[in-house]
Design a protein. Structure first.
Length: 99
């Protein structure tokens, strides 16, 4: 994935039951105050949750619009602005249409 395309979690397609099962541990034992400092417990909890998110929530790439789609839209808008009845694409403008 290139640096110009940001990615984010696709929460709609997450496997939440599996994520919940992965977090179903004995937290009292896992985060025992005798064994860990507060900062260490925070890092354990955070890493467990982030690992589950990485495993069960898919990523999606936020891509910019394709160039040809942007050019097509620009052609349509420019043709409409200058008053052409045909945008060069077989699309006819209605005489009293606000669009």
């Amino acid at each position: 994935m290139s640096a110009s395309h940001a990615s984010s979690c696709n929460y709609q397609k997450g496997k939440y039951d599996e994520l919940q099962n992965s977090l179903d541990i004995d937290w009292d034992q896992a985060l025992c105050p005798e064994d860990y400092s507060v900062d260490e417990m925070w890092h354990l909890l955070k890493n467990k949750l982030l690992n589950g998110i990485d495993k069960y929530i898919p990523m999606t790439c936020n891509r910019p619009p394709k160039r040809h789609a942007v050019q097509l839209l620009a052609t349509i808008l420019n043709s409409y602005e200058i008053g052409n009845t045909d945008c060069g694409l077989g699309i006819w403008k209605l005489e009293n249409s606000p669009f």
